[in-house]
Ligand binder design. Structure first.
Ligand code: FAD
Length: 630
């Protein structure tokens, strides 16, 4: 008896199953449900089924001796097969031709399988030494790992090492109608990177990371970076060459191209802080696999490319503005919540934040306090080697925090205790001296620009998610002039939860992050001044309400008073003209917030998208929700 063993998904991945059951997928595939621990017989099933999904945890065994019957014994809830072509049930002659065709395809499959094993994958033009491949329909996870999908099902992950190889992969994929998404380091929160098409391939860009062509005259200039170069890589390279990035930064180990694609930003009302504001030119691999060079100008193409959501294609290279290296200080003060909310008299958030090159608040609702963090430039000869870390955690800290926060899954009090501890820790500088690795104890701290503005990981420490400290987040931008009103509304919702006996608070080590963005014009950016039916004045910039919260590792992973988080999001979307951050929100948030976006900008974006990618090779869930894939 010929047996074919393959694997299906574990039952605890309902989002994946939902993805496999999309209308389009169901139209193309036949799906057999195989309940856990039972065995089932399926009749009238053709023998040359193609198993689509697999996973290392669960298996089905298929008896393929019969063309009429498949015996599936499995532990997973679904086994999925490509629909058998109609002509198989046709005349004997056609069947003969089909058999010949299938034999040829079988031979081809073996050849391809061998190619896969040797690392060259589906695309023979690529060098076997430089392209590594992960094959099979798998979840592609975010930085948070298993349980946190960025794409629910992808068929391959390619890791090329040159722009030419990326071009080749896109060319081959698009000619076969295979969807493609680029990924840097998967530093995003939800399953919105790809569409739900399990044929999707990922081009992981991190090995395409050359940095070159630095030009610096009279303190300003540019540098050329490739798709996978991360902020810390570029910052270190520039520092070694006497140059630096400005304030168009994001936290952590993120690719600059990925940040440009998604309209990511730091926090400033005075300086440009959306990363794409510093892009001067880009090379984009379009839907035909052509490398298109575009330069900064007033065109619709540039307005689309500066928050492209990856829908124009893969940003392969960026010419990025830089400046002479500089030093900065960081300072932090504690404010009463009533003061920031304007309950003790006038408090103008714009006036407080706009003087600084970068500034943000961290809100601790359980403590009724805010931290205000501010940064400014100091003379280059100023001493100090401060190095910031937002995410470094020792094993003791990680384990203690996880245990405490898990205790708050079904009880409110432990969450308030955790928040109190986090607030105390966050009041001291989250900085070490870069040379000695000793903690800095007093504000302000000073050092080289990138080290102070962003920094990285302390030696011998791991980021918090490596201790199973994972989060969900919600990030919405509101005109800064309505920022205080939004924060007051959030306070009302906190109070309502407390009155209902289910008090909620901040469960993330840095509280609720309140950031800011100077206006920057791109069709889909969070800080554009373009408005549609929902009128609002964005001319003074935006306040971003970024509310990360701990996801318990226990039970069904719900957060305490889970339904309150949905109520919070819906209330803010309905009562304020808020716009979503493109990688920090769920599908539901995008659907709800769509009414706040400018339809004219969406239409013009859509036209540019069609020019770059007429067949929708780079489709994504976000693109589908906002209606630009038609
Ligand atoms: C710990 C952490 C801190 C963060 N801090 C900030 C912050 O301070 N400010 C902020 O605004 N955001 C922040 N983010 C969000 C982050 O900036 C974005 O999610 C960013 O897009 C992630 O970049 P990545 O390189 O990891 O890309 P991925 O997460 O791999 O991809 C994100 C999206 O960009 C697309 N994409 C990636 N590379 C390319 C490319 N070369 N061409 C076209 N499309 C591409 C992908 O297809 C996907 O849709 C943070 C995220 C994390 C996890």
């Amino acid at each position: 008896m010929k047996k074919q063993a393959f694997f299906s998904r574990p039952p605890e991945e309902p989002s994946h199953i939902a993805g496999l059951q999309s209308d389009k997928f169901r139209a193309q595939h036949r799906i057999f449900h195989c309940p856990p621990t039972e065995s089932k017989e399926y009749s009238q099933v053709p023998f040359d089924l193609i198993p689509i999904s697999h996973n290392h945890h669960y298996s089905h065994e298929i008896d393929t001796t019969s063309t009429k019957r498949v015996h599936a014994q499995g532990l997973g809830p679904v086994a999925v097969y490509k629909k058998f072509p109609r002509f198989w049930r046709s005349t004997p002659r056609v069947q003969l031709q089909a058999t010949f065709l299938l034999l040829m395809m079988g031979l081809l499959s073996i050849t391809l399988a061998l190619a896969l094993c040797s690392g060259s994958a589906l695309f023979p033009g690529l060098s076997t030494t430089t392209v590594s491949v992960v094959a099979g329909a798998e979840v592609y996870n975010t930085f948070d790992g298993p349980g946190f999908p960025a794409c629910n099902a992808v068929s391959h992950v390619y890791r090329p090492s040159t722009v030419d190889e990326m071009v080749e992969i896109v060319k081959n994929a698009s000619s076969q109608g295979i969807p493609v998404r680029a990924s840097g380091n998967a530093h995003m929160w939800y399953d919105t990177m790809c569409s739900d098409d399990p044929e999707t391939i990922i081009i992981k860009t991190d090995a395409v990371n050359r940095i070159s062509d630095l030009e610096l005259n009279d303190g300003v200039g540019s540098v050329m970076i490739e798709a996978g170069a991360t902020f810390p890589q570029v910052a270190q390279w520039l520092h070694d060459h006497g140059a630096a990035l400005g304030y168009t930064l994001v936290n952590w180990n993120i690719t600059m191209a990925g940040a440009i694609a998604m309209g990511a930003h730091r926090s400033s009302l005075r300086e440009d802080s959306q990363v794409s504001a510093a892009a001067l030119a880009m090379d984009i691999i379009n839907g035909k696999g052509e490398l298109i060079h575009i330069e900064k100008d007033d065109s619709d193409t540039w307005l689309a490319a500066t928050t492209s959501l990856g829908l124009l294609g893969i940003i392969a290279r960026v010419k990025f503005a830089v400046q002479a290296d500089y030093k900065v200080y960081a300072n932090q003060t504690i404010l009463d919540e009533d003061e920031v909310l304007g309950l003790n008299g006038d408090y103008d958030i714009f006036e407080e934040v706009s003087p600084y090159v970068t500034a943000n608040y961290w809100w601790w609702p359980g403590q009724k306090k805010f931290h205000l963090r501010t940064y400014g430039v100091v003379p280059i000869e100023t001493s100090g080697n401060a190095f910031q870390s937002t995410f470094s955690v020792t094993p003791f800290e990680g384990d203690t925090a996880r245990n405490l926060l898990n205790a708050g899954q079904n009880l409110s009090l432990p969450n308030f205790v955790s928040e109190g501890i986090f607030f105390g820790l966050w009041s001291a500088p989250n900085f070490h001296d870069k040379q000695t690795d000793l903690p800095l104890l007093f504000w302000p701290v000073k050092g080289w620009s990138y080290d102070v503005l962003i920094g990285g990981l302390y030696p011998n420490q791991l980021p918090e998610w490596d201790y199973d400290l994972h989060g969900k987040t919600l990030e919405l931008a509101v005109p800064v002039t309505q920022g205080q009103a939004l924060l007051k509304r959030v306070r009302e919702l906190f109070d309502e939860a407390a009155a209902d006996g289910k008090a909620v608070t901040a469960t993330y080590r840095s509280g609720i992050n309140i950031k800011f963005g100077k206006p920057f014009d791109s069709f889909l950016g969070q800080t554009t001044e373009r408005v549609g039916d929902v009128q609002a004045d964005w001319s003074k910039g935006a306040l971003m309400f970024d509310f990360p919260s701990f996801v318990p590792t226990t039970g069904d992973h719900h957060r305490y008073n889970e339904e309150w988080y949905a109520k919070l999001a819906t209330t803010l979307i309905n009562e304020f003209p808020v716009r979503p951050h493109w990688t920090k929100n769920t599908r539901s948030i995008f659907q709800q917030a769509l009414k706040n976006l400018d339809q004219d900008s969406i239409t013009r974006f859509s036209q540019v998208r069609k020019e770059f990618d007429p067949d929708g090779t780079f489709k994504s869930i976000v693109g589908e929700i906002i209606g630009v894939m038609d």
